[in-house]
Design a protein around this ligand. Structure first.
Ligand code: ADP
Ligand code: ZN
Length: 729
């Protein structure tokens, strides 16, 4: 007897999918993309329906309960998710779980339409007693009405005073549907339509032709900083919507790109186009809400970070990946996918064009254009006809320096301040100093969980590990020699900020890094202050190199440019080149900027090329190096990371696994096992085996061997398979 059989991917970490019988009463409502409850061995589990077929149901267990009324994804998205699971060697159920909004795979059955209390002031002619109560009433009065979540953002622990104020009749409260997206409460600038210059027009035209033809083609939009790439995206998305399709825009990190979001909203909302912004500030409920709006076809444009690549748009006509070189497109844990690479796959599956954009394309993408696998579109001039800034390298070698700021940089800062212009200073290291050192015996302080020196944070008087949550109070005496000369060594942004305020006591100086922007809204506030010229100098980590235009900045300074160059990763030159070129591009957006880079490596090609903004020159030299060593894009990598609490077991297991792989290696080079650059991380010992091959096929073959022996790993040793690794730590 034939009946309907559902293929189910469960959320447990199992590679296989399972078949279940669909009882006839359920046949009418069964569909791909629904969540169901099933029994798995003796446990119950939540699973996703990923396939339906007719067949012999003998011996199959029935599907339990259906958990959704409408599918969460359609079969085209299902196909894409399967591809991703297969390619990245990750269990399909967990891939789907990563793709869907959080909270869905648990036993929570349904996320309800969210409501929350909204408060309104009641005129009483009197004032409440307590100061906090008064402040709350003032705030509510000023805003007209305020939701509980908005009040929470402004006041800590507003609950008790709120209920008191309602009781006393100062506030009225009403349950209202929760505001869909807090991001949308920010003001949107008015749109400034521009007519595209000839380079932009040419780029747009090539993309538009493909949009109209409904076929896949990938483009690399290589445009120098400020060349008007975003304007090309806006026009291309417009063409997509006009063709009756939907658009997707991926950005490295939403919080760092509010200007881009604002420009999309300003351009499209007046014509009633519906935009969903997926960002990390959304609650599970809000994310679910957005997901549902998208599956129902109520959204025209999705803008989001990495995971937005899975957004369930059913009629996708264009995917844009902005700043495609950014490593944040790759997820570093669990399901280790690259949203940039998956964008190309999704485009191919849906016959839809994909545009990758950058001022400093990843080597891989540029290589593809050289191989004619991708079409290169170039914007070589700044949109405002402003010249690219003039870059100077300041050679620090052989000089002993009292200050972390060299003389030429101090002079340039002085001039900038006198001219009432603004400066950006990049130092890619937060904290006061990267370590404390005993000047008598050389002892430094390390994280007990991570084998890495602890960073000294002066303001909070703590030594902090930047890889785990560990911190301690700085010791007053050396634990080794009891000496009292414990000195901070090297400099981070906190020290730089302090030194600057001593040098320029009149200047308005602020710092932007993960420490100063951990509270919501601070990043935005610093950007606004820069825009409105209420700051003279902004100091920061790589965060300041990203995603915004400060027209008043005429000087950019880079300290310790070598920091990223000396990391044990074959991409360190590429990262350095890209960071320097991007930050240099922040200078003189309105024309006539100056960039000073302090370094010990003036003759390194990454610095030399960055100083001339010479992408092509950098590409050629870097490619020679990659080719010689068989590294991507001239070869393919898979990194196997073994980790566990017991060092002996981890190294033992890695040695055995390495031996087995070696026997079956064929055309694959098996490198290691060797300790990871961060050999201990969060208390676990880590060891890696790097697989390298010129072609993908032999690598895939070796991975099937790995799959077969994976079960033999001892208890307490975990294996992570990282396909096309980006971060090698
Ligand atoms: P990118 O994304 O390459 O950094 P943007 O699209 O942000 O560049 O453009 C930089 C600036 O130039 C923006 O202020 C933008 O409004 C402006 N701009 C872009 N294209 C043009 C154009 N064709 N004419 C005038 N201004 C333009
Ligand atoms: Zn640590």
């Amino acid at each position: 007897m034939q009946s309907l059989i559902a293929e189910i991917a469960v959320t447990a970490p199992l590679k296989k999918t399972f078949s279940y019988r669909v009882e006839s009463a359920m046949e009418g409502t069964m569909a791909v993309g629904l969540r169901v409850r099933v029994s798995l061995g003796r446990r119950r589990s939540v699973g996703f329906v990923v396939g339906l077929r007719r067949g012999d149901p003998k011996g199959l267990k029935p599907v339990g309960e259906l958990l959704d009324e409408e599918p969460l994804f359609d079969s085209a998205l299902c196909r894409f998710l399967r591809w991703a699971a297969e390619y990245y060697q990750h269990p399909l159920g967990q891939v789907i779980k990563t793709a869907l909004p959080g909270g869905l795979s648990s036993e929570v059955q349904r996320v309800a339409i969210l409501t929350e209390p909204v408060y309104r002031a009641v005129p009483t002619g009197q004032a409440p007693r307590g100061r906090k109560q008064q402040e709350i009433v003032d705030a509510v009065q000023q805003q007209g009405e305020m939701s509980l979540s908005a009040l929470r953002r402004c006041f800590s622990a507003p609950h008790a005073p709120l209920s008191r104020l309602v009781e006393l009749g100062f506030l009225a409260v009403e349950e209202k549907e929760k505001q869909r997206d807090p991001f949308f409460s920010e003001a949107v600038p008015s749109d400034r339509p521009v007519s595209l210059n000839t380079q932009q027009q040419d780029a747009l035209q090539q993309i538009a032709t493909v949009i109209d033809a409904d076929r896949f083609q990938s483009f690399l939009l290589h445009g120098v900083t400020g060349s008007g790439k975003t304007e090309v995206y806006l026009h291309a998305i417009d063409a997509t919507l006009r063709a009756g399709r939907q658009g997707m825009v991926l950005v490295p990190e939403i919080a760092l790109t509010p200007q881009l979001v604002a420009r999309f909203r300003a351009r499209f909302e007046p014509s009633e186009r519906r935009i969903a912004v997926l960002h990390s500030g959304l609650s599970d409920g809000e994310r679910y809400d957005a997901w549902r709006r998208i599956t129902r076809g109520e959204v025209d444009i999705v803008i989001g970070a990495r995971s937005a690549i899975f957004a369930p748009l059913s009629s996708l006509g264009l995917i844009v990946v902005d700043e495609e070189h950014e490593s944040s497109y790759k997820q570093g844990e669990g399901f280790r996918y690259s949203a940039r690479d998956l964008a190309l796959v999704r485009g191919q599956q849906l016959d839809c064009p994909v545009v990758l954009g950058s001022a400093t394309p990843s080597l891989g993408s540029y290589y593809r254009t050289e191989q004619q696998q991708m079409t290169r579109l170039s914007l070589t001039r700044r949109a405002h006809d402003g010249d690219l800034p003039q870059v100077e390298l300041i050679d620090l070698s052989g000089k002993t320096q009292e200050s972390i700021l060299s003389e030429p940089l101090v002079d340039a800062l002085q001039q900038t301040l006198e001219a009432q212009q603004q400066a950006l200073l990049l130092l890619n290291r937060r904290g006061f100093a990267p370590f404390l050192l005993c000047a008598d015996c050389g002892t430094s302080f390390r994280c007990p969980n991570c084998e890495i020196t602890l960073t000294f944070h002066q303001r909070e008087a703590r030594l902090r590990c930047h890889y785990c949550d560990y911190f301690e109070a700085p010791a007053e005496a050396c634990p080794q020699c009891a000496g009292l000369n414990i000195e901070p060594e090297g400099a981070g942004t906190e020290r730089l900020e302090q030194e600057l305020s001593e040098l320029f006591p009149q200047a308005r100086i602020a710092r932007m890094d993960r420490d100063t922007t951990s509270r919501k809204g601070i990043h935005q506030r610093l950007m606004t202050q820069m825009m409105e010229r209420r700051l003279d100098i902004l100091v920061g980590t790589q965060m300041i190199a990203k995603g915004h235009d400060f027209p008043g900045v005429t000087l950019v300074g880079v300290l310790a440019a070598d920091g990223t160059l000396n990391l044990p990763d074959f991409r360190s030159a590429e990262r350095t080149f890209s960071l320097l070129t991007q930050v240099a591009g922040r200078a003189g957006r309105a024309g006539g900027g100056r960039v000073l880079i302090q370094t010990y490596s003036t003759d390194h090609y990454a610095l030399d090329c960055a100083s001339r903004q010479d992408y092509r020159g950098f590409y050629e030299q870097e490619l020679d190096f990659r080719r010689e060593l068989g590294y991507p894009p001239c070869g393919h990598l898979v990194n196997l990371v073994l980790s566990g609490n017991d060092e002996g077991r981890v190294f033992g297991a890695a040695a055995r696994l390495g031996g087995t792989l070696e026997q079956h290696a064929g055309d694959v080079e098996v490198l290691g096992p060797s300790p990871c650059p961060l050999v201990r991380l969060r208390g676990k010992t880590r060891c890696q085996i790097l697989l390298k091959a010129a072609q993908r096929a032999p690598l895939r073959h070796l991975l099937t061997i790995l799959e077969a022996v994976r079960g033999q790993l001892p208890q307490g040793v975990a294996l992570a398979v990282d396909i096309d690794p980006v971060d090698m730590f």
